[in-house]
Structures are given as structure tokens and as C-alpha cells.
Design a protein around this ligand. Sequence first.
Ligand code: ADP
Ligand code: MG
Length: 494
Amino acid sequence: MPPVSSEWQGGPDGRSDVGRFEMSEMHESLWNQAIAFTRDKSPASFEQWFSGVQFDGMTDGVVSLRARDEFVREWVDRHFLPTLVDFLRSQTGLSVQVAWTVGGELPHPVSSGATAPPVRPRPLRTSIADEPAPVSARRPSSQMRAVKPVEPIQGLNPKYTFGNFVVGPSNQLAHAAAIASAGGGGRRHNPLFLCGGTGLGKTHLVHAVAHRVRDENPGSRIIYVSAERFVNEFVQALQEGRMNDFRARYRERCDLLLVDDIQFLASKTQTQEEFFHAFNALHQADKQIIVTSDKYPQALERMEERLVSRFSWGLVADIQGPELETRVAILRKKAQLERIEMSDDVVVFLAQSIRSNVRELEGTLIRLAAKSSLLGHAIDMDFARQELAMTSTPRASEAGVDDIQRVVCHHFKLRTSDLVSKDRHKSIAFARHVAMYLCKQRLKCSFPELGRAFGNRDHTTVMSAVKKVENLRESDPEVRAHLEALERKLGAAD
Ligand code: ADP
Ligand code: MG
């Protein structure tokens, strides 16, 4: 069957001359990120459907995919590709097309899930989130069932290991304490409280501890959970009358508890109480607890005093923004991991230009590499300068509505057109409200002017959006963290 092509910027163009391509390592890395991003949206059904899809390569902005049959192609095309293509476009800033081939062997499917997608069409639903995972067409053989694999730890990034973590003066203490808590020597502190600004490596370190402990002791029971998930699990257990199981999981069936972004528990008194008891039970049993936070314990707001004091029982280790030398070393490490070729002067230039945090640094590297790969242009100084000039934020005094919209979209991984669209999807509406709020704070624009700049909306809509974000800034730490990150990107206001 000849290749079928889809395009998400301007509709299909009937392109049909796409064959198999040599896949460069950079393409593969960009593709892997796009896949991880798409998988996160709907993990269960992703694994099933993508076991019937193979990535054949990417060149000149065209991604070549092979589907096991027409049914898989149609489903994946409709339900997953918009997200995937949007991600690729947001990383490269370029229009991306997909060319499908249907049928033939798939020796390297995207997902190696033990189950395969269904072969017979069923009534289609509109949202992948609503869709239960497709029914398995193959059953694992009895031989496969005989070997009980070690249960994977949910939510871990396989790349966040100690080996991939660059140590410098800014994170030395946190790193040493993490190694010690993973049983790697040195005094073990319990709890270990890791704190620091966003994008500085807290999550990376706790995942590294989990990987290390699991490698050395496959039987250990490790729970990695974001505070947000802890809240959700707690609420769900309450609603479904499964509190006994919830408590047993966190108090008894756990040898290592890693809780990320504890600041999210602010104001959630009932969950704090539950966490308090889990903490006590594990601590008494000398089970290691590691907590991360964007603030020092004492600076955590709306957190019960008895919890705050327990957080300081062990060691509080902070992570600061990395110095230039560490930024250079991190860039080299990431470039090596992602197999991105870059000369030393480009590495130093990037490290000098991007000081905010490691996530930002990494994001720029990946974007640069993605663009270089799609355009077939080496990453030299001119290329890097150009890209940075295009994406870096203008000085606050020069920024206009467009600039703020662009920075907000980049932050939330949306298109600028989403902000002015009529789309009322929660995440888009939230980003739109945040952008309105930032414009109002930083520019001398009236409400009606802002309404016009955001897709001809009424000025009362802008007023209520600004008010809403003002209130959320006070009451919701997550919103505050987003705003602070955006404000850092936008620079000091006039
Ligand atoms: P945080 O949890 O503090 O917000 P993350 O752990 O998510 O930050 O780190 C953001 C990104 O930066 C991750 O991709 C991580 O791998 C990378 N990173 C942060 N610090 C380092 C470091 N010292 N060495 C290598 N990568 C790092
Ligand atoms: Mg984190």
C-alpha cells in the first residue's frame, strides 16, 4: 500500500513520495521525547496502540510511520498524532508532516507492550482519555507467565540516574545526601528534605535514588509519588472506601518513600494529617523518606507545624542555580546523552546565555538540535545566536502583548493561536487567563485593549480572568510557581 500522508498545518497535501529514511540519532532523540510526551497523556491506551506502529525515520520535517493495518493507522492518526505533532512543532518551530505506510513487518514497534492493538474495528469514541485500553489480541505464553518480572516503579524517568547527574558546588550536598540515602556510603539522614527552585534537579535526584535502590535490591518496595498524586489517591481511596488499603500501602508496604513537590500539600489539611501518620509509621520502622520542595520547610505555607518540624528532623539540603562551569558540564553531558554534536564555543555560549535553571538550558539544547536536524544545518555559533535571539525574551521594558503571549505559550507548550481562539479547554483557558494577568500587571494596557488582543473578548472577561489569577496566586502554590517561573522568564517589570 502506498504511503498516506497527514499534515497538521493547513490540511493534507497528498504527498506520497516518502520512503524509508536513514534515521539520525538526533531524530531519534527528538522522536523519543515526542513519544514520551504523548504517552504521558494516556499511558494505558498508548502502549496498546503503539505496539502496532513503527517509526521509520524523520527527514525534512516529514515523520515516516508504519502501521500494522488500516484500523491502527486511523486510530493513531486521529487520537494521538495531533498531540505528537504539536509537540514536535513546539520543539522545532517548524511545520511537521506524517507519512504513513500501512502493512508489512513491524520488527521494531514503538511500544513493546505485551499486548497488541485489536484487529477488528469497534465503534470509535471521541476522546482517548475516555477510551479503555484495547482488548489484548494475543495472550502471553505460559513460558512468559512463569517468570515474574520485578514490578516497575511508577512514574520514574529512566534517564534520571546518578550517572547522568552533574555534580557541582550548587548541588553537592543534595547529591551526597541522596547517594547516602540510597545506601551508597556516608551518613544516612532520615528524612532527607531536598529543596530548591524549579528545574534544578530535585526530581532527577529522587529518581536516581529509586533506580539505585532498585538495582541493588530488586525486592525493595519503593514508592515514588508526587504530592499531587498523593492527594488524588487519598481522595479516591476515601470516596471508594479503600482507606485500609491506602494506609497499608503507605505505612506498611513501603521500604522507601519518595514524595516530590511537597509544597502541593499546602492547605490540604486532611491529606497532611494522613501523610503525617504515614511519615511516623515509616520513620519509626527506620524506612527512608525523601521529600522535595520548592521551599525550605519553615517557608512552607499553610502546612501543619508538626509536619514542618518533622521535615527538619533529618537533613535539609538545598540546591542552588548551577554556576557557569556546572552549566557547561551539564550541557556537555546532555549533548553526549542525546548524541548532539556541538563545538565547545557553542556550549559555552549557551551556558553563558541561559542562567535561569537546568530545565531551560536543556530545553534550549533540544530545540536547537531539533531545528538543526530538521533543517540539516550544523549547530555552529551563528545558528545558536540566531536561535537564541529568536526565542529569548526581550527586556521587560520592550515586551508587548505578543511577547507575553509567546512566553506563556512556550511555558505551557501551546500555540499562540490557542490563546486567541475560542477554545475553552481547561488548560488553554488557564494559560489564557495567566497571559491576561501578566499583560495587565506589566503593560500599560486597558481591559478593552487586552480583550481585543485576546481574540476580541469582552473587557469584563479580561477583568474576571485577572481577578481569578490574582486570587489563585494567593491560594494555590502551583499557580504561584507557574507565575514566578513566567516572571523570571519575562525579567523584571518596569
Ligand atoms: P526540579 O525537580 O528541581 O524542578 P528536575 O529534576 O525536573 O528539576 O530537573 C530539570 C531537568 O534538568 C531534568 O531534565 C534534569 O535531568 C536536568 N538537571 C537538573 N540538574 C541537573 C544536573 N546537575 N545534571 C544533569 N541534569 C540535571
Ligand atoms: Mg521536580
